[in-house]
Write a protein that binds this ligand. Structure first.
Ligand code: G4P
Length: 526
């Protein structure tokens, strides 16, 4: 198969949801269809349960397990599907944001009863920023939930996307009888407990056919007819082009636990979801079918076994063919590197591969050379964009608690920051090291890992900071005057960029008013 065909048959996507909407269940059912796993329950262990802060060890253990399942690949109807797992836990939101840089589309899972929840809003916002194509799966139709039209309204309003239902539910909860698949014009009847069979799916081109009454009863048939008519009046007809550009999001209804609506979703997904898309670098756009290999690191996972300090860097292939034992250029370090054991992730199996293609995710063993966002090429100097750091929400000054272990602490902190566990800022005034995170959990994780992996110990000093903003200004003089006036609040991130640490929203507003030419950014890439 030539590279063009390899690209054409790949679909790399992520499933995102608020915890408990059914992401794990849906992933598992997709894997079952793809033959990647044989029994239900295999992916469950990947799930980071809602845990109290003090249970972070449990979370780390689960994160360890999740290495194996953080990318799951399988073949389905000749298509190579790569699912990238995204932690639902809000303290790991940054992990999820970064993973979203490596996908070409997403499936958003929404609980029919709960509707759009906070975490989903945040994640979809990131997808919208990048115009990532979105398919929505409304889950748990076997339970009572919100009215279909109300829910679609809520999705459009809260998520800021335009929807186009490709299936429509027939009742819900106790009265749930199945869905009408508007895309394939099929009636799919529901039997609980995942006992769906081919006979439950009937081609039904014309809903006026009186057979509909026989199948679902008079009342439901009437309701379905009028609702489907309304759907066709209210929502635009599905058009692949507008989906691919992120302008319209198809919606499916189903029940993941009952394996209902999942096959329809997958069948439609492999048909409409985009192949590996071009990616932008600071220098130029990179097309997947280019001859030369390029890729970037979007995730680094440390081995939680302290005896093996190696890490796995997750590389998204963007163009060309990646080959084992071939010299590539690590751009940031300007260093040639060769990978003798690159691994692919095929669900539960991890195997050494000889080559990989755009859209694929390859695991590279790393002894500390990589940092999130690093680009690797055959020699061309490129820097992939779109892997920003987000302004953290919690801040603490880190102190060395053991003067004999200063080196270990520095090394440990450096490596943990490379992995993206948290961000570090160096305060200009006193060179204090400030750690910023999304959740409180990371502080404990850092303390624990410094001790167990690096033999270093640290303490934290609380810090009252509301937001860290990256700043820029076209006028150098103005920038200088700003930096001088706010010296007390200034820091540098690890790339040497200027960061303003705002104590409160009020101060931020005031400073923005006083310095209208200075721009304040909430992500490191602008
Ligand atoms: P998440 O990864 O998005 O956090 O959600 P997960 O799949 O773990 O699902 C959350 C809960 O919702 C699970 O129940 C799961 O069984 C249930 N669930 C998933 N899909 C459906 C569905 O279609 N209908 C119904 N009624 N429930 C569904 P749990 O009790 O938290 O876990 P478990 O004991 O079942 O493992």
């Amino acid at each position: 198969m030539n590279i063009k065909d390899e690209i054409k048959r790949r679909r790399t996507f992520g499933i995102v949801s608020h915890p408990d909407a059914g992401k794990t269940t849906l992933t598992e059912k997709l894997l079952l269809f793809g033959g990647a796993i044989q029994v239900a329950g295999a992916v469950k262990s990947n799930k980071i349960k809602k845990t109290a802060t003090s249970d972070f060890m449990e979370i780390e253990k689960q994160r360890g397990i999740s290495v194996a399942t953080s990318v799951m690949g399988f073949d389905y109807k000749g298509v190579k599907v790569n699912i990238l797992d995204t932690p639902g836990h809000k303290d790991f939101a940054e992990d999820t944001f970064r993973t979203l840089t490596a996908v070409d589309s997403v499936i958003v899972v929404i609980d029919v009863a709960k509707g759009v929840e906070t975490q989903t809003e945040k994640l979809v916002e990131v997808c919208r920023m990048r115009k990532t194509p979105i398919i929505v799966f409304i889950n748990k139709l076997d339970r009572e939930g919100k009215d279909g039209f109300d829910l679609l309204d809520e999705i459009e309003q809260k998520l800021g996307i335009n929807v186009c239902p490709l299936s429509w539910p027939i009742g819900m909860g106790q009265r749930f009888q199945g869905v009408y698949n508007l895309y394939e014009k099929k009636l799919c009847l529901f039997s609980p407990h995942g006992k769906q069979s081919e006979e439950d799916t009937l081609v039904f081109e014309d809903l006026d056919n009186s057979e509909l009454e026989e199948r679902i009863g008079e009342r439901a048939a009437e309701e379905l007819r009028s609702e489907v008519e309304m759907v066709s009046e209210v929502y635009p007809e599905f058009d692949k082009a507008t989906y691919t550009t992120g302008e319209i999001s198809p919606v499916f209804f189903g029940s993941a636990i009952n394996n209902f609506g999942v096959k329809e979703l997958l069948d439609c997904f492999i048909e409409i979801a985009p192949n590996p898309l071009p990616r932008v670098t600071e220098e130029r756009e990179v097309l997947p079918e280019e001859k030369n290999f390029t890729g970037f690191v979007f995730k680094i996972h440390a081995n939680i076994d302290p005896r093996h300090r190696d890490r796995i860097a997750f590389l998204r292939i963007c163009s060309g063919e990646f080959q084992r034992n071939t010299n590539y250029l690590h751009i940031r370090n300007n260093k040639k590197m060769k990978f003798s054991n690159p691994t692919s992730f095929m669900a539960a199996r991890k195997e050494v591969i000889d080559s990989a293609y755009p859209g694929d995710i390859v695991g590279l063993y790393d002894s500390g050379n990589f940092k999130i966002g690093d680009t690797i090429t055959e020699g061309e100097v490129l820097h992939f964009k779109g892997i920003p750091s987000f302004s953290p929400e919690q801040f603490r000054v880190v102190h060395n608690a053991n003067p004999m272990k200063y080196k270990q602490l520095s090394k440990g902190l450096e490596q943990l920051m490379d992995e993206g566990v948290a961000q570090m800022f160096i305060r200009k005034l006193d060179n204090a090291k400030i750690i910023g995170t999304v959740g409180a959990l990371q502080f404990e994780v850092i303390q624990y890992r410094l001790e167990h992996e690096y033999g270093a110990s640290c303490t934290y000093e609380p810090l009252n900071i509301h937001k860290a903003c990256w700043i820029s200004c076209a006028d150098d003089k103005m920038l200088e005057s700003f930096l001088a006036r706010r010296k007390r609040d200034m820091a540098k991130d690890l790339d040497g960029k200027d960061v303003f640490l705002a104590e409160s929203q009020w101060i931020l507003n005031m400073v923005q008013e006083n310095f209208p030419d200075v721009q304040f950014h909430f992500t490191s890439e602008f």
